[in-house]
Design a protein around this ligand. Structure first.
Ligand code: SF4
Length: 291
């Protein structure tokens, strides 16, 4: 849940999830529909599917035991170097660092060098004894990430409070060296089409051919030219949304029709039992006003 999502956002979802699904075995045997419903609103739904798949593999093929090596743990769906290292440190107390953006920034500042110039694996290997002197590796891996988030903050690092400021080259140089690249924001315009019928149903698809919005969604196409006039469609509204590093400028169109294209299915706007991504639910609210 914490991949690409802030802790404060995750907490209520985590509590609800853990109160319903209390064990790995339970997770492996709960329907995907039910688990996705618990995840609804948190986004990046592939994480949820990977989690279910991973639980099934561990329960069925590994006697409910998490693999103990990075090579084996990375064979599980959705687990790469970062998550694998975190899990091995937290679960098995192995001496490991998880190189997220926060930790990379701390290293970049200590050496006062752009993170692209640093060989992190080499630095960790060379300083193994200095880094992993405590027996509490599970705390250390979390502390390094928290340190980057709370002390060595992206914009204004709290150097005067920092316990390692004596040997931090960034703090001692007084120079503001460029340490990381800014994340490129992708701005694009899209048209979203709502087929509506008299039963308060809307046409949804899973094949929108875009690299995002992989769950049930409304038909959406990128708007290449603003000059295009859409015949037979009524303009409903324009609104802005952000997904990951994409800024979306969306024009919402609708029409009432008893028929829909083959790749769409009718779905009741009032049905709250099924899992529907937040992005689509926001549009449902706009459409409700038309009835
Ligand atoms: S001294 Fe400042 S820049 Fe250096 S690690 Fe500490 S908080 Fe980060």
């Amino acid at each position: 849940m914490l991949q690409q999502t802030q802790v404060k956002t995750v907490i209520p979802y985590f509590k609800k999830f853990i109160s319903e699904i209390k064990s790995l075995k339970k997770l492996s045997s709960t329907s995907e529909r039910k688990v996705l419903k618990l995840w609804e609103g948190l986004g990046y739904y592939r994480r949820c599917r990977n989690l279910i798949e991973t639980a099934k593999i561990i329960v069925k093929k590994n006697r409910s035991i998490l693999p103990k090596t990075l090579i084996d743990i990375k064979k599980l769906p959705g687990i790469g170097d970062y998550t694998g290292n975190v899990l091995l440190a937290l679960v098995y107390n192995q001496p490991r660092l998880a190189l997220d953006g926060n930790v990379k920034r701390v290293f970049s500042r200590i050496f006062n060098t752009h993170e692209k110039k640093l060989d992190f694996e080499k630095i960790i290997e060379k300083n193994r004894k200095k880094l992993f002197f405590s027996k509490r590796n599970y705390d250390f891996v979390e502390a390094t990430m928290e340190f980057g988030a709370l002390i060595c903050k992206p914009k204004e690092p709290l150097c005067s409070l920092c316990p390692i400021n004596k040997f931090c080259k960034f703090s001692n140089s007084g120079k503001n060296t460029k340490l990381t690249d800014k994340v490129k924001i992708n701005k694009k315009s899209y048209n979203i089409f709502c087929y509506l019928n008299k039963y308060k149903q809307i046409g949804l698809t899973k094949n929108n051919n875009l690299g995002f919005l992989k769950e049930y969604n409304l038909p959406i196409v990128e708007e290449k030219s603003k000059k295009n006039k859409l015949k037979n469609w009524n303009f409903l509204c324009n609104y802005k949304n952000s997904i990951s590093n994409k800024k979306l400028d969306i024009n919402l169109y609708y029409k009432f029709s008893s028929k829909i294209p083959r790749n769409l299915n009718w779905y009741s706007i009032c049905n709250n039992k099924e899992f529907i991504p937040t992005f689509t639910k926001k549009i449902f609210k706009q459409v409700e006003n038309l009835y």
